[in-house]
Each structure stands twice: as structure tokens, then as C-alpha cells.
Design a protein around this ligand. Structure first.
Ligand code: AP5
Length: 209
């Protein structure tokens, strides 16, 4: 199954994807995670994109499209994938259509108030990337990842100014993809407001079944 997870920052795309890989048996490909790994490793790509991402802006289409094209050509993505955070612009969606088909696009439906609550409390594991939340998915030990014991940190783009910029960018450049994919008949709306378990159940019912 070839899936796109489309939604505003903090909607819960990465959290659902981490569960959906076991349900769908396909890899989770997150462009944001690929960029963050490159930044942590200080690769040429990481050095190029760090300031852009920290400011809440989008990396340029050519760089992002080339990266996804290369990733989707790998063996583990041939039977399907969950693309989380790509495409994010109409040109990215048009480019994707030239090198892959898509079965369903999951549109995460969530109000801004929930987004702010989720992003301001998010804590991410520096070692394995697992998401936690100070209220909704509280780690057993403060500052320590439940999954691997790694250090939890606050993403630089989860600072208030960057969150506002990411929301603006989402509305201007990514939200138009909702109609783009609805018109192609592949869009499935999922209510992203309830608990993680309920969102997973909604996903199984409306996307996988
Ligand atoms: P990316 O990493 O993709 O960021 P994003 O889209 O802004 O999404 P987030 O990771 O912030 O949120 P999410 O929806 O995954 O929510 P999460 O599951 O973590 O991209 C980062 C940056 O990289 C971009 O800004 C851009 O600069 C660049 N980039 C990436 N892709 C690009 C592209 N295609 N083109 C150009 N640039 C690109 O959940 C958030 C919090 O809520 C967590 O704490 C979680 O525990 C909690 N939570 C989740 N679900 C629930 C729930 N149901 N109930 C309660 N709490 C919940």
C-alpha cells in the first residue's frame, strides 16, 4: 500500500506512522526525519537545510524531490510506503506522480488549538526519533525515551516563532494539496483530534479496511 500522510505540523502524522508500519508492513519515510538525521550528522545536506528548517520554512522542491525519488527507488519501498511530510507543495505532488503511484492520501483533520498544544509539549528522542509528549504520552522518566533510553529534546522548529511560520507555510503551500488529491479521488479524511489509540482505530477502519 502506497500512502501519503498529509496534515499540518503537529497533527500526529509521525505518531500514527510509527504504529501504521506494523499494520501496513511498509516503511515509514519521513522527509523531516531524513533532514533531521542529516543535520545531526552534519552532512552537506544537513548543513544546507538546518537554518531553513529551524526557521519553519520549506526546503526547496528540487532538493526534496531528488531525495524522495532516491529513497523510493530502494528495495524496501517497492511494495509500498508511508510518505510522511511529502509532498508539501503542488510541484512536489506533480513530480511524485512521475515516479510513483499513490493509493490513498490520509488527510489529518485537526484545529490549530490542538496543534499548538501538541507541538509545545512534544519531546523527541535524540537517539531513535520516538515522539513523546509531556501530557499526552508522558515518558516514564522525565527527559528519557521510553523506547531506547535516549535523551529527549525539544526540536528547534517547535519554538513559538517557528511554529507560527510552519502554520503559515502549511496554509499557503501544503493545504492546496487537499483539493489536489480530493479531485483525484484518493483523499481520505481522518479525525486527528482524539487519543492516539482512537486515531489508530479510525485509520484502520477508513484507510486499511
Ligand atoms: P516534519 O518533520 O515533516 O514536520 P511537520 O510536518 O511540521 O510535522 P511534525 O513532525 O511537526 O508533526 P507530526 O504531524 O508528525 O506530529 P507528531 O506525530 O510528532 O518537517 C520538518 C521540517 O522539515 C519542515 O518544516 C520543513 O522545513 C522540512 N521539510 C520536511 N518535509 C519537507 C518537504 N516535503 N518539502 C520541504 N521541506 C520539508 O505529534 C506531535 C505531538 O503530539 C507529539 O508530542 C505526539 O506525542 C503528540 N500526539 C500525536 N498524536 C496525538 C494524539 N492523537 N493525541 C494526543 N497527542 C498526540
Amino acid at each position: 500500500m502506497k500512502l501519503i500522510f498529509l496534515g499540518p505540523p503537529g497533527a500526529g502524522k509521525g505518531t500514527l506512522a510509527a504504529k501504521a508500519v506494523d499494520i501496513c508492513k511498509v516503511p515509514h519515510i519521513s522527509t523531516g526525519a531524513i533532514f533531521r538525521e542529516a543535520i545531526a550528522a552534519k552532512t552537506p545536506l544537513g548543513l544546507k537545510v538546518k537554518a531553513i528548517i529551524d526557521a519553519g520554512k520549506l526546503v526547496d522542491d528540487d532538493t526534496t524531490i531528488a531525495l524522495v525519488k532516491e529513497r523510493l527507488a530502494q528495495a524496501d519501498a517497492q511494495a509500498g510506503y508511508i510518505l510522511d511530510g511529502f509532498p508539501r507543495t503542488i510541484p512536489q505532488a506533480e513530480a511524485l506522480a512521475t515516479f510513483s503511484t499513490v493509493d490513498k492520501v490520509v488527510n489529518f483533520d485537526i484545529p490549530d488549538s490542538s496543534i499548538l498544544e501538541r507541538l509545545s509539549g512534544r519531546r523527541v528522542c535524540r537517539a531513535c526519533g520516538a515522539n513523546h509528549h509531556v501530557v499526552f504520552s508522558k515518558p516514564k522518566q522525565a527527559g528519557v525515551c521510553d523506547a531506547c533510553g535516549g535523551e529527549l529534546y525539544i526540536r528547534d522548529d517547535d519554538k513559538p516563532e517557528a511554529i507560527q511560520k510552519r502554520l503559515e507555510v502549511y496554509r499557503a503551500q501544503t493545504a492546496p494539496l487537499i483539493d489536489f488529491y480530493r479531485n483525484k479521488g484518493v483523499l481520505v479524511d481522518v479525525d486527528a483530534r482524539p487519543s492516539v489509540d482512537e486515531v489508530v482505530a479510525n485509520f484502520k477502519k477508513s484507510v486499511v479496511a
